[in-house]
Design a protein around this ligand. Structure first.
Ligand SMILES: NC(=O)C1=CN([C@@H]2O[C@H](COP(=O)(O)OP(=O)(O)OC[C@H]3O[C@@H](n4cnc5c(N)ncnc54)[C@H](OP(=O)(O)O)[C@@H]3O)[C@@H](O)[C@H]2O)C=CC1
Ligand SMILES: CC(=O)[C@@H](O)[C@H](O)COP(=O)(O)O
Ligand SMILES: [Mn+2]
Length: 397
C-alpha cells in the first residue's frame, strides 16, 4: 500500500490520478489533496470520497467556501454530522509546500506553473518519491532540483519522459546516442507561420489527441510544451541538448524513443491516455495492470513522423539555447511564457506574439547567476514577467 499526496487534484492530471486510485484501492491510499481553490466543490467531494487527512488550497480566501462545501457534500452523501471527521484544512500560498511535506510515500505534483517549484523541492527534501507532472518546476529550478534529488527519486509523469524512462530501464548512460521526443504538433500542426497570424484561443485549445488543462494545451499549440519538455528531458536524463531531437508524430501513440549507440531504437507505444504514465509513476517501478488500454494489434495503423517546422514553431530552438546557457534562462523562458499565454487567452497578444515575445525577453535578459535558492529563481522570474508585460504592452500599442 502506498500513501499518496495529490497536488493539483482537481485538474486533468489530478482527476486521472484519482481514477487510478479508485480502481486500485489495494495499492494506493490518498492522505492529502491540494489545489488552487478554483473548484472547492470538486475538492470537497474528492476529500470526503477518499477520506483524506488534510486538504490544501492556495487561495486562502476560499477557506470558508471549502468548509461549506464539505458540509454540502456530506449532506449529499446522507452523512449525519458526528458520523464523519472533516479533514484538516491548510490554506495560503505555502499550502502545497506544507502538503508536500505531509507523511506519505509518493507526492504527485500535478499543479500548473512554476509555482510548483517549492512543493517539488519540499517533497525531495523530505525524501519522498516525486511523481512529477509539473514540468515547469524542473525547468525553472533545474539547478536547485539537481542539487537535492537522489537518483531515482523523481519519476516522470509527462508522457514523453515516462516513455524515455521506460526505454532506459536497465541500460547504461554510455549506450545512449540520442533521445527523440515526439510531439503531436498541437492544434495547428502542419500550418506555416503565415497561417498562424489570426488563430484564436478557442482554436488553440482544441488539442488533436490529448484532453488536458488549458495552459499545457496552448503550450502544445505553440510548441512551447515541447520546448519545456526538451529542458525537462535534459534535466531528468542528463543528455546534452545536441542529442535531444523532436519529431512530430500526429497520432500520439509513440510517446518518445531512445536511440542507442549500436543503431537500435526503442520506442514506448500506447494510445494517448495519461492514466498509464500516472499509474506507472505512482507505483514505480511496478506496472499497474489495466491502467489504460493497449494498442489494438488486430487493426491496421499508420504512424507518421515528420521533422519540426522551425520557422513556424521556433520555440524548441529558443529553449535549447536557453537550456545550453543554463543558470536562470530556462526559468526566464518559462515565466515569460506563462505571462504570454495569459495575455493570449485574454486577447492582449496574438498567437505568434507568444514565442516572438519569448525571443525578445530572452534577448534582453540580464545575466542572472546560477540560482542557489528559490528566491534567486523568483527574482529572475519577476524580471521575466515584468519584461514580458512591457513587451506585450508595446506590441499592443
Ligand atoms: N493534463 C495532462 O495530460 C498533462 C499535464 N502535464 C503537466 O501537469 C501539470 C498540470 O496540468 P493539468 O492537469 O493539465 O492542468 P489543469 O489546469 O487541468 O489543473 C491544474 C491544477 O493545478 C491547480 N492549481 C492552479 N493554481 C494553483 C495554485 N496557485 N496552487 C496550487 N494549485 C493550483 C488547479 O486547482 P484549481 O483549478 O482547483 O484552482 C488544478 O488542480 C502541468 O504542469 C502540465 O504541464 C504534463 C503532461 C500531461
Ligand atoms: C500528454 C502529455 O504528455 C502532454 O505534454 C503532451 O505531450 C502534449 O502534447 P504535444 O505533443 O502536442 O505537446
Ligand atoms: Mn508531454
Amino acid at each position: 500500500m502506498r500513501d499518496l499526496v495529490l497536488l493539483g487534484s482537481t485538474g486533468s492530471i489530478g482527476t486521472q490520478a484519482i481514477d487510478i486510485v479508485r480502481r486500485n484501492p489495494d495499492r494506493f491510499r490518498v492522505v492529502a489533496l491540494g489545489a488552487g481553490g478554483g473548484n472547492v466543490g470538486l475538492l470537497a467531494a474528492q476529500a470526503l470520497e477518499l477520506g483524506v487527512e488534510v486538504v490544501g488550497v492556495a487561495r486562502a480566501s476560499v477557506t470558508q467556501d471549502l468548509q461549506l462545501a464539505f458540509y454540502a457534500e456530506a449532506q449529499k452523501r446522507g452523512w449525519a454530522s458526528g458520523d464523519f471527521k472533516l479533514p484538516k484544512i491548510v490554506a495560503g500560498p505555502d499550502a502545497m509546500t506544507e502538503l508536500a511535506r505531509w507523511p506519505c510515500d509518493v507526492v504527485l505534483n500535478g499543479v500548473v506553473g512554476s509555482l510548483g517549484l517549492a512543493p517539488t523541492l519540499a517533497a525531495l527534501q523530505e525524501g519522498r518519491i516525486l511523481a512529477l507532472a509539473n514540468k515547469e518546476s524542473l525547468v525553472a529550478g533545474g539547478p536547485l532540483v539537481r542539487r537535492i534529488a537522489k537518483p531515482g527519486q523523481i519519476v516522470p509523469v509527462d508522457s514523453e519522459h515516462s516513455a524515455l524512462a521506460q526505454c532506459l530501464r536497465g541500460g547504461t548512460a554510455a549506450e545512449v546516442r540520442r533521445l527523440v521526443l515526439t510531439a503531436s504538433g498541437g492544434a495547428f500542426r502542419g500550418r506555416r507561420r503565415e497561417e498562424l497570424t489570426n488563430v484564436t484561443p478557442e482554436e488553440a485549445l482544441k488539442h488533436p489527441t490529448w484532453d488536458m488543462g488549458p495552459v499545457v494545451t496552448i503550450n502544445s499549440a505553440t510548441m512551447v510544451n515541447k520546448a519545456l519538455e526538451v529542458i525537462e528531458a535534459h534535466e531528468l536524463f542528463d543528455v546534452p541538448y545536441d542529442d535531444i531531437e523532436v519529431m512530430v508524430h500526429p497520432q500520439s501513440v509513440i510517446h518518445s524513443m531512445v536511440e542507442f549507440t549500436d543503431g537500435s531504437t526503442l520506442a514506448q507505444a500506447s494510445p494517448p491516455d495519461m492514466r498509464l504514465p500516472i499509474a506507472l509513476a505512482l507505483a514505480w517501478p511496478d506496472r499497474v495492470p489495466e491502467a489504460a488500454a493497449a494498442v489494438d494489434w488486430t487493426q491496421a495503423h499508420n504512424w507518421e513522423f515528420r521533422p519540426l517546422d522551425d520557422e513556424a514553431f521556433p520555440a524548441v530552438r529558443l529553449a535549447k539555447a536557453a537550456g545550453r546557457a543554463g543558470r536562470c534562462r530556462p526559468a526566464i523562458f518559462n515565466a515569460a511564457n506563462e505571462e504570454c499565454v495569459a495575455a493570449f487567452v485574454s486577447g492582449r497578444l496574438p498567437f505568434l506574439g507568444i514565442v516572438d515575445t519569448l525571443e525578445r525577453v530572452l534577448a534582453a535578459a540580464p545575466d542572472f547567476a546560477e540560482p542557489g535558492t528559490v528566491d534567486d529563481v523568483l527574482a529572475a522570474e519577476a524580471w521575466a514577467r515584468a519584461q514580458a508585460q512591457r513587451t506585450i504592452e508595446a506590441e499592443g500599442a
